[in-house]
Structure formats: C-alpha cells, structure tokens
Write a new protein. Structure first.
Ligand code: SF4
Length: 235
C-alpha cells in the first residue's frame, strides 16, 4: 500500500531496486543502497515472509513475478530504491514490459538523475520526486539537478515531496518549493514531517502550519501529509 503523499492508501506492487547515487545521513532504506546477492519476493502481502532468488533477474522474470502477485484493484507498480534510476538501462526495458502487461508505473526517485530519467519518462505515469534538503542529507544541495529533473516530468502526474525535520531551515524548504513551481510541471507539493519508527512526528504542528503558509505564498498546492506505514505495522 502506498504510505505517502496524495495517493496514500492505494494498493500497489513494489519493486525495490538496489543502488543509490546519494549517501543521505538519515537514509530510511540503507539495505537498498547497494545491489544485493539475492532478491526477496514477498509471498503474502504485508507478512514479511519471502522467497529468495539469486540476483540478477531478467525483465521477463520480473514481469512474470509481478503478474503473479497482481490482485484486482492494484493501482500501479511502484518502482523504488535506493535510487531506481541508477538502473536506468534495465528500466528502459522493464517499464514497457510492465505497461504491456497492463500496469501503470509510479516512479519514486530522489530527482537528481535527469539524464537517466530522459530515457524512461515516456513509460512513467506518476513521478514521486523527493527534493532532499541539505539539513537532512548532510550533503551539498542538488537543486540544479532537481530543477532539470522536474522539468522533464510534465507528461506524468508529478508529486514533489519535501521531508521536513526539526533541523530544517525555512529558507532551504522554501527554495525547494520554488524549484517545484519553476519546473512548470504542475506538481502537487507534499510537506512531509519526518516520522519516527513508531509513527511519532517530532516537528510541531505550528511549525508545519507556518511552513505551509509561507509555501502557499509561492505555489498554490502544498499539502501537509505524514507517512503512515509505521501506524499499520507493515513489514
Ligand atoms: S536517496 Fe534515498 S536510498 Fe539514497 S541514500 Fe538518500 S534516503 Fe537512502
């Protein structure tokens, strides 16, 4: 189930690809930062019970596994990571194969690899693009890459997610909102307060309201949406 953003609650199949081009200080999927020797395939949704197969898989293997897991009402296939565009060559073949099988594609990305996006965007229906702030990555900002990336997303439904922590400076957050606006790709901008392992949100409600008010002065669709996976205790 999608646990973030405006499509929160829709049923999805997730393909998690190994490898990432960033090294965020507060990475929420450190296990996906490098390709793994084996692939895990969950056998019952949400149980954390898996079968293991050797990596790497072919496009045909992945398409056939995804088709086996399909239920009536799946909204889309979420392609996530790590950073899935690290494997852009593979996606160039996989995404058309999934589209032929009748799936919509929902790409989750850190929006820093515009050159790689160019080769796959025609197959993508939804782009959920993070703009990562230096206060949470502890890395230099990548705003120029983010802007180039978002400008390529006009053909898809674009969701721009900005995670806010207690350390976030208003200026860096508002700069990210300006980038979303300047992309011209009509995004929905999501202000997502960082959520702890048990669902606790440490950023205060008044801080969130103030950031949203200031963001709305820049761009007309900015929503405060926490992530919900932790509340449901999904594996
Ligand atoms: S982009 Fe995502 S997967 Fe990569 S280091 Fe940052 S949080 Fe982790």
């Amino acid at each position: 189930m999608q646990g973030e953003g405006p499509l929160l609650g829709v049923r999805q199949l997730f393909i998690r690809l190994g490898g990432c081009n960033l090294s965020c200080a507060f990475c929420d999927t450190p296990q996906a930062r490098r390709p793994a020797a084996t692939c895990r395939i969950e056998t019952e949704p949400g149980t954390g019970r898996y079968e293991y197969v050797p990596n790497t898989l072919s496009v045909e293997d992945v398409t056939s596994m995804v088709k086996k897991l399909r239920i009536i009402g799946h909204h889309s296939v979420a392609v996530t990571g790590g950073e899935p565009l690290v494997q852009a060559d593979f996606l160039r073949d996989l995404l058309p194969s999934l589209k032929v099988a009748g799936f919509k594609i929902y790409l989750e990305t850190n929006s820093t690899m515009p050159d790689e996006l160019e080769g796959v965007i025609e197959h993508v229906d939804f782009v959920a693009a993070d703009i990562k702030l230096p206060s949470s990555t502890l890395e230099p900002e990548r705003f120029e890459d983010n802007l180039r990336f978002l400008r390529l997303c006009a053909s898809a439904t674009l969701i721009v997610k900005i995670v806010v922590t207690e350390e976030t400076e208003a200026e860096e957050f508002l700069k990210a909102v300006q980038i979303a606006r300047d992309s011209g790709s009509k995004p929905i901008v999501v202000l997502q307060p960082v959520t702890g392992r048990r669902g606790e949100v440490s950023v205060g409600g008044l801080v969130l309201l103030d950031l949203q008010r200031r963001a709305l002065e820049i761009f007309g669709d900015v929503r405060v949406i926490p992530r919900v996976q932790q509340f449901l205790r999904l594996a």
